[in-house]
Design a protein around this ligand. Structure first.
Ligand code: HEC
Ligand code: HEC
Length: 442
């Protein structure tokens, strides 16, 4: 499989002509080098934090925790070790192609970049897939809050996103992979039969509770000059002055309330949504909940296009203009939108290297004890698999699955870098001054 080819190391051109990857690799490296130079130029501007603004920001938003803890599901290293593997595990889906990672690729800020995801048998989902970074501390999960918490969300994915007819069908797939038994027993000690849907949810949930991404904004809250530059501080003032924090507040800039989308005008006139979604009404059947959605988390929002519950809007500038229009009755001019977007950029936090490492995934069948502590890294410093935990000593890895994830992760990182630059107009493909809002349909 092609995956192996990318794994070869060594400077470009030292091994002669073996494939396309080899030919384009110098291009990729040059692109990333240019990116690094541009990034350097960008971060060159630092600014002394405005003391009054820091104070106001602390009151409105507050600091990001290290872990989104829950008394109901204490985070343990054994649960994380299991939950992270289950997050990558596509063998439990009905057609064997879909894992949590499939729709929430961690190396792409855990959102798939599609308006609606493609699930088992390539069937499209009903709503846009939000990121799973900074997502475990909300009043409820999903756009309409029909999942209580991340544990409930993950457990119900077995018969939801994974397309299995029953929990048992999904669990029997897991039980057939010999390496999972010991991992479940280590994570849930003392339980006679720990391979249950609820424990699946607890393990995956514990992993998700660690997925916080501190950003330049958090440095600003700490009064650090590396936080927000002048334009971002001005943008934060715009964000506050416009009234955005009346809904997008707390450490995650959202996730704390349900609000109507389109308080002042029907949202679909501006999003051009092909289908009108009744929102939380579909859960509560209360007419007051028509078009009500959970206020989404805005951390990493710059990286999780397209926007809104139906992925109907591709550009952040446009999403911000629509918010002003339908939630606040403002027709925000381009200059104010630019400021707000510059500020939202400061909510982008690169995921910790450990959450991007491709985990050791156990082989489908026991093939005799593996020698040694597990495979070495296959894909560079941050994307190599974590070595096997103790509970997996003696179990062979599924190298194909791990290589596949390592390759995809790398490609997505490159894609993300290019996409980011395109959106910022740095490739000269988009002129922000020529932004024209969609406006209401006639
Ligand atoms: C087929 C694609 C797909 C798969 C597979 C999938 N998800 Fe999702 N995920 C989505 C979509 C779409 C939503 C939004 C659903 C909605 O709101 O109705 C979502 C929502 C979520 C949310 C809620 C985020 C928020 O801010 O409300 C979490 C958490 C989550 N998924 C985690 C997971 C985990 C963990 C798995 C694996 C057990 C998983 N997802 C599998 C597509 C997927
Ligand atoms: C009255 C509450 C409210 C106010 C005020 C508000 N928002 Fe929102 N915001 C929402 C809700 C609800 C959604 C989800 C809409 C949907 O897709 O169903 C949302 C969605 C968004 C999104 C899309 C996020 C995503 O991941 O798809 C962005 C960006 C956003 N808001 C930014 C802003 C900005 C900037 C302001 C201020 C100009 C603002 N919002 C004001 C409630 C609000």
């Amino acid at each position: 499989m092609e995956t192996r080819r990318l794994e070869r190391t060594g400077p470009p051109g030292t091994r002669r002509g073996w494939n396309v990857i080899r030919i384009i690799r110098p291009g990729i490296i040059a692109c990333l080098a240019a990116a690094a130079v541009l990034t350097g130029a960008d971060t060159g501007q630092t600014a002394r934090p405005d003391a009054a603004l820091v104070k106001q920001a602390r009151e409105l938003f507050g600091p990001l925790p290290d872990v989104m803890a829950s008394p109901a599901n204490p985070v343990t290293s054994e649960k994380i070790a299991l939950g992270k593997r289950l997050f990558y595990e596509k063998r439990i889906s009905a057609d064997g192609t879909v894992s949590c990672w499939h729709c929430h690729p961690l190396s792409l800020y855990a959102a798939d970049g599609l308006p609606k995801p493609l699930g088992v048998h390539c069937r499209p989902g009903d709503r846009n897939a939000p990121t799973v970074f900074n997502a475990a501390d909300q009043i409820a999960e999903h756009w309409v809050g029909n999942r209580a918490d991340v544990e409930d969300q993950a457990a119900r994915s077995l018969t939801g996103g994974f397309g299995q007819p029953s929990e048992e069908a999904a669990l029997s797939r897991l039980k057939a992979i010999p390496g999972y038994g010991p991992l479940f027993r280590a994570a849930f000690p003392g339980e006679a039969d720990p391979v249950t849907a609820a424990n699946f949810g607890r393990a995956v949930g514990a992993f998700e509770r660690t997925l916080v991404t501190p950003a330049p904004f958090d440095a600003f809250l700490d009064d650090d000059v590396s936080g927000l530059d002048e334009s971002q501080q001005a943008g934060l003032k715009e964000f506050i002055a416009a009234g955005c924090p009346s809904c997008h507040n707390g450490p995650y800039f959202g996730g704390r309330s349900f609000r109507k989308f389109g308080l002042l005008e029907p949202y679909w006139k501006f999003t051009a949504s092909p289908v009108v979604d009744d929102g939380r009404f579909t859960v509560t059947h209360d007419p007051a909940d028509k078009y009500v959605f959970k206020v989404p988390v805005l951390r990493n929002v710059r990286m999780t296009s397209p926007y809104f519950h139906d992925g109907s809007v591709g550009r952040l500038r446009e999403a911000v203009w629509i918010m002003g229009k339908v939630q606040l009755g403002l027709d925000l001019p381009g200059s104010r939108i630019e400021g707000i977007v510059a500020f939202l950029d400061a909510l982008t936090g690169r995921p910790a290297a450990r959450s991007l490492e491709v985990p050791f995934l156990p082989a489908s069948e026991a093939r005799g004890p593996a020698s040694g502590p597990g495979p070495g890294p296959v894909a560079g410093p941050s994307l190599g698999p974590t070595s096997a935990p103790e509970a997996l000593a003696g179990f062979p890895p599924n190298e194909d699955l791990m290589q596949e994830h390592a390759l995809l992760s790398r490609l997505l990182l490159i894609y993300e870098e290019v996409a980011r630059r395109m959106d910022a107009g740095r490739l000269g493909l988009e002129d922000p001054t020529r932004f024209t809002p969609k406006g209401p349909a006639p």
